[in-house]
Design a protein around this ligand. Structure first.
Ligand SMILES: Cc1cc2nc3c(=O)[nH]c(=O)nc-3n(C[C@H](O)[C@H](O)[C@H](O)COP(=O)(O)O)c2cc1C
Length: 294
């Protein structure tokens, strides 16, 4: 699978993450090409099956050179006729967007527009966006923003734990690609950017229902007064209490993708156990075990 990692970095946080992604990919048998975005960078993305795009967050958006890169590539692809209504996905074209951010004022919500912006680029090119990674990064030379912000003391981040998290998510992502590739070729279905575990096949067989459900889910996420992490943790506890195996797996993966830690997930399950008792706990922890989280 031809793999490209595109990135921009000014103070090396995103660069460190990029190098780590490359290292893991190599360990997993890939030969990633790495390209740092500079003025005038252009690349034929359709030559690759898996593309990573990473940027620092600047004023809630990707850094300016990344924005310029996105605009120039969109212009090229528009002229080539690649951008068409409804953006039907091209099979086996996958993307992952990642950012490093300091979140001093509103936390992860500062980084969400940057990631969504990059994702829209890929979705317009009809890639399936499989993952989004938000990695805290020290605000270099602005000590107060690295110590007194919403994320607390983020000096020296990304750190060892962040890299471990990336490694775990990347390995899961590669598994997901394997499952998705076989699902796509088995059924001819292309459910954009979604991981479809077993019983979610119902969704795959009912695409309109699935799309409406997805829209409802997305709009609820963005209009809620609760932040994404809180919403996801509530969903985890509810999925476990309904004993919906696939829902629980789906929301745990979603949580990990959003930077929620194993410990926070377990704490959410312990909260649920107050109402659900031992059967709730044994069901939940069986799932954590299966996902390699215990
Ligand atoms: C000009 C500038 C603007 C920034 N704006 C934001 C912001 O809006 N939200 C945020 O969370 N972090 C912001 N940051 C912090 C960076 O996103 C963060 O430190 C990132 O990890 C830097 O990545 P890099 O070392 O790869 O350049 C900003 C940093 C700079 C220099």
């Amino acid at each position: 699978m031809k793999t490209l990692i595109l990135y921009k970095s000014f103070t090396k946080n995103t660069e460190k993450v990029t190098q780590h992604i490359a290292k893991i990919l190599k360990m997993e048998g890939f030969t990633p090409e790495i390209l740092k975005i500079e003025k005038g960078t252009s690349v034929e993305l359709y030559n690759y099956e898996l593309v990573f795009l990473g940027s620092p967050v600047h004023a809630f958006l990707p850094a300016e050179p990344v924005m310029k890169f996105i605009h120039s590539q969109l212009d090229i692809h528009r002229k080539q006729g690649d951008i068409i209504p409804c953006s039907p996905v091209i099979p086996n074209k996958y993307a992952v967007c990642y950012c490093t951010y300091s979140g001093p004022h509103t936390g992860i919500r500062e980084a969400v527009p940057a990631i969504k912006y990059m994702e829209q680029f890929f979705e317009h090119l009809r890639f399936s966006v499989l993952d989004e990674w938000y990695i805290p990064g020290e605000f270099r030379n602005k000590d107060i923003l690295s110590t007194k912000g919403v994320l607390g003391d983020i000096r020296n981040r990304p750190d060892k734990n962040d890299f471990l998290n990336i490694e775990r998510r990347l390995k899961k992502l590669l598994e997901k690609i394997k499952i998705k590739s076989s699902t796509d070729s088995d059924s001819g279905q292309n459910l954009q950017g979604e991981f479809i575990p077993n019983a979610m096949k119902f969704m795959a067989e009912n695409v309109d229902f699935f799309n409406n459900f997805k829209k409802l889910n997305e709009s609820q996420k963005t209009t809620s007064s609760l932040n994404i992490s809180t919403q996801t943790l509530i969903k985890i506890a509810l999925a476990a209490s309904y004993k919906c195996d696939d829902c629980l797996q789906f929301h745990i993966i979603e949580a990990l993708q959003n930077g929620i830690t194993d410990i926070e997930i377990k704490d959410a399950l312990f909260c649920g156990a107050i109402m659900g008792g031992p059967p709730f706990l044994s069901f939940s922890f069986e799932k954590l075990k299966k996902l390699g989280l215990t």
